[in-house]
Write a protein that binds this ligand. Structure first.
Ligand code: NAI
Length: 281
């Protein structure tokens, strides 16, 4: 493991040039998160749980946040068993007071997070004509308002601490294309992409970077039933790579956006989808 990086280099500053080979000049060390405090929302299952383990293996102290703290505790124990630091924090991203409480608790013990992965998300899958006001509110308040509440709370604290940071919003390829029966979800994720750009614009001067990941289809609690169905199989056949994604497909892209390897990236929306977004019309 490399030495803990100077946090003042978390954002825009680049490493010294002309100091020998890429390895010696630290190109690989810039992917490390040694000692960085990372918060992952929606970490009780799927992508969020995977991200927590991944970021921990890159050296971060990881706070796993979600409503189901019992599920979080199991992951915390697994990470600690490998000698890394982790903790569970209760969080409902739809509630501003819950978001504030989560950051208060985390900041009191570990300080202001260096990296926040805004991953919590939900979908209601039924035809547009059957979607109810409650469906709309649930999806929007979790995916869009939740992303906004967590990102603004994180950014306020990063700016106040004067240390910069990185925020990664998990959107979806459905932010850019549409599919049947997930209209509120697709609309919310399009909002996450635009929120990412708006936040990146205003926060760059404070050395806070904001980027989005747009994953393609990866089997989790969110969509496993659909992906296992006949409709899911037809969708897979339309993906240029003819395969659904796997959690590990996201490892490199997430680390890039979270670490100093992506120090000059802000406002970027990175699709990780086996070419699904460029599938032929
Ligand atoms: P998942 O259902 O396994 O995980 C979602 C997580 O969000 C869970 O931990 C859940 O407890 C949490 N969550 C939901 N509402 C919450 C709330 N109010 N407060 C706090 N936590 C809450 O699903 P998955 O697939 O892991 O989804 C994670 C993110 O990835 C979501 O934002 C989803 O939209 C996005 N995504 C997933 C894709 C996939 O194919 N699985 C593709 C593209 C994006």
């Amino acid at each position: 493991m490399n030495a803990v990086p100077d946090r003042s280099q978390l954002s825009w500053q680049s490493s010294p040039q002309g100091e020998g080979s890429p390895v010696n000049s630290g190109v690989f060390s810039r992917w490390q998160l040694d000692g960085r405090v990372v918060l992952v929302t929606g970490a009780s299952s799927g992508l969020g749980r995977h991200f927590a383990h991944l970021l921990s293996s890159a050296g971060a102290k990881v706070a796993l946040a979600a409503r189901r703290t019992d599920k979080l505790e199991a992951s915390v124990r697994q990470i600690e068993a490998l000698g890394a630091k982790a903790r569970a924090v209760a969080l409902d991203v739809t509630s501003a007071s819950s978001v504030k409480g989560c950051f208060d608790e985390l900041t009191a013990d570990w300080g202001v997070p260096d990296v926040v992965v805004n991953n919590a998300g939900i979908t209601v899958t039924r035809p547009m004509l059957e979607q109810t006001e409650e469906d709309w509110d649930l999806v929007m308040s979790t995916n869009l308002k939740g992303c906004w509440l967590v990102a603004t709370e994180a950014a306020r604290r990063m700016v106040a601490a004067g240390k910069g940071g990185a925020i990664v919003n998990v959107a979806s390829i459905l932010a850019e294309r549409v599919a049947g029966c997930v209209a509120p979800y697709a609309i919310s994720k399009a909002g996450v992409v635009q929120a990412t750009k708006a936040m990146a614009l205003e926060l760059a001067r404070h050395r806070v970077r904001v980027n989005s990941l747009l994953p393609g289809y990866i089997a989790t609690e969110l969509n496993r039933e659909f992906m296992d169905s006949e409709a899911g199989e037809k969708l897979r056949a339309r993906i240029p790579s003819r395969r659904f994604g796997e959690l590990t497909d996201l490892d490199g892209p997430l680390l890039l956006l979270a670490s100093d390897a992506g120090a000059a990236m802000s406002g970027a929306c990175v699709a990780v989808d086996g070419g699904h977004l460029v599938s032929s019309l």
